[in-house]
Ligand binder design. Structure first.
Ligand code: 5AD
Ligand code: SF4
Length: 509
């Protein structure tokens, strides 16, 4: 029987006290299916009581990893019998949180104010919070103290246990209704794990797209960049075994998926900790062999670990997309050292030049942080210099955010906000100008596009992506969604294209 790590004398549901008669199996995933069935009974009872469907709303903050986790959470919610709601006016609201920058946390607190007003109208409403922000002790303490209307808190290591924890909430609610009528002072179920190697396979998932899907190949990060909170909230690096990854991808392919995105904080160090080490390049070659998979993407690559073997595999591949996200963070070797990035400006530039030389049609994108402690105007000029030399196809630019507990937060020479903001604006205008020029590179060509959706603004158009990740809008019908079609790129509109399907028999080049 699982335990809640944090037990308090009042107000916490102790999982040991919950009636699991009919005995929950010890083995996963059977155990979780047992709790899904138990939750389903509750949901059905509530539907009978209220005469309407029970609804859920799941909002994801942050990165692709969280988006992937949310597919799993949504799969469990639907399996339990909740129907999707359009907004937070739902019977269950779950936020899958991010904490990489402070404003991600602030956003969640802002939303919580709104949720408390909704809960006053619907006292049985269940409010759950999970994901990276919940791995921070300070956050959980604050929620325990000042956000007593939250019912469920769990972290990043035990999302597979969602049904079990939700069952504890539902059981606890019934008991609390008899004892404790105030809806704004509920029992909280809190289950945060520090770290785990446990990966539970074969749980339900509700995929956002039928034709493309993210696949976790590894979890956690060992790099400890000095500004970054991720290693503290996602734990140490651990790779999934290639057999498991390939089994999942084969299954996805059988279900109609043609594009996979391999996910990890640093995919280039994939496989190093496996009993039988496998390199990321070797894994890519295995994925290429899976019948039906036509496009392969991956995210994210740490420059210090990007191997020649990977460049060679990408170069000869027809399936690996022409896009590499290669976070720079700073162009100053001095700042890179303080960031613990373990490459210099010169090494990064040499790598980018090699990539452009070996794979000329590759799109290079990046992440850059402005205002890291100690960054001077000279350091910032080095960043601008790298941007001018590499000519990124696009770049995510971030103001440095001080994350409690990271080494950089304790560094003395924090850059004043106004200085950082002013640099940020200069960087943004440089990257945007270059990005527009780079996007133009393929104007007039006819290239394969994976059609992803209809177009919200104009129903006569559909929208898809080039191998290099640029968006293309072109006239077409929704039957094309999920297919790869050749599209003539007629007009570059800055960061995206307008295109047309070539007429039958028209020559493509
Ligand atoms: N402040 C600003 N940006 C950050 N990132 C990570 N931590 C911080 C921070 N403390 C950025 C990095 C990373 C991206 C996902 O978020 O650029 O690559
Ligand atoms: Fe954070 Fe660095 Fe790990 Fe990326 S590689 S998740 S920036 S610590």
């Amino acid at each position: 029987m699982s335990k809640i790590e944090e037990k308090q004398p009042y107000g916490y549901v102790d999982l040991d006290l919950i009636d699991t008669t009919g005995a929950a199996p010890d083995e996963e995933p059977a155990r979780q299916h047992f709790f899904m069935a138990k939750c389903r009974q509750f949901v059905q009872e509530r539907e009978l009581e209220t005469g309407r469907k029970q609804t859920c709303f799941l909002q994801t903050f942050g990165c692709q990893m969280n988006a992937k986790d949310s597919e799993k959470l949504r799969g469990i919610l639907y399996e339990i019998g909740y129907s999707p709601a359009e907004s937070e006016e739902a019977d269950l609201v779950l936020y899958n949180t991010c904490t990489v920058r402070e404003n991600a946390n602030l956003k969640v607190y802002g939303h919580l104010g709104y949720l408390s007003s909704l809960k006053k109208k619907n006292p049985q409403m269940i409010i759950g919070l999970c994901g990276c922000m919940m791995q921070e002790t300070d956050v959980v303490e604050k929620l325990k103290k000042s956000y007593r209307f939250v019912n469920l808190i769990f972290g990043t290591h035990n999302i597979y246990k969602f049904a079990e924890l939700l069952y504890a909430v539902l059981e606890g609610q019934i008991k609390a209704e008899q004892m404790q009528p105030s809806p704004l002072k509920t029992n909280m179920v809190i289950d945060i794990w520090k770290d785990t190697d446990k990966v539970v396979e074969n749980l339900p998932a509700d995929r956002t797209y039928s034709f493309k899907c993210g696949v976790n190949i590894m979890y956690g990060c060992n790099n400890f960049c000095t500004y970054c909170i991720v290693p503290y909230v996602r734990g140490r690096e651990r790779s999934r075994r290639p057999e498991e990854i390939l089994r999942e991808i084969r299954q996805l392919s059988e279900d109609g998926v043609i594009e996979v995105m391999l996910l990890g904080q640093n995919v280039n160090s994939y496989g190093k900790t496996l009993d039988e080490p496998v390199s990321f390049a070797q894994l890519l070659q295995m994925v290429e062999q899976v019948p039906g998979i036509e496009r392969i993407r991956f995210m994210t690559s740490h420059p210090k670990d990007l191997s020649d073997e990977l460049i060679a595999v990408m170069k000869q591949s027809k399936k690996i997309c022409r896009h590499l996200h290669l976070p720079l963070q700073s162009g100053s070797s001095r700042i890179l050292k303080k960031m613990n990035r373990r490459y210099t400006k010169e090494q990064y530039l040499a790598l980018a030049a090699k990539l452009r030389r070996e794979i000329p049609d590759i799109s290079l994108t990046t992440d850059i942080i402005v205002g890291f402690p100690g960054e001077t105007e000279e350091d910032f000029q080095e960043t601008l210099d790298v941007v001018r030399q590499v000519r990124y196809d696009s770049a995510f630019t971030f103001l440095y955010s001080r994350r409690t507990g990271t080494p950089a937060a304790a560094m003395e020479d924090q850059v004043p906000d106004d200085v950082a903001k002013e640099r940020f604006n200069r960087l943004l205008s440089l990257v945007q100008g270059i990005s527009q020029e780079m996007s133009k590179r393929v104007e007039g060509q006819t290239l394969p596009v994976l059609v992803e959706s209809g177009n919200d603004h104009d129903p006569s158009l559909v929208t898809g992506r080039l191998s290099n990740n640029l968006l293309v809008h072109f006239p077409g019908t929704e039957e094309l969604i999920g297919q790869i079609v050749d599209v003539r790129l007629t007009e570059c509109k800055g960061f995206y294209y307008m295109g047309t399907l070539p007429a039958a028999g028209e020559e493509t080049f």
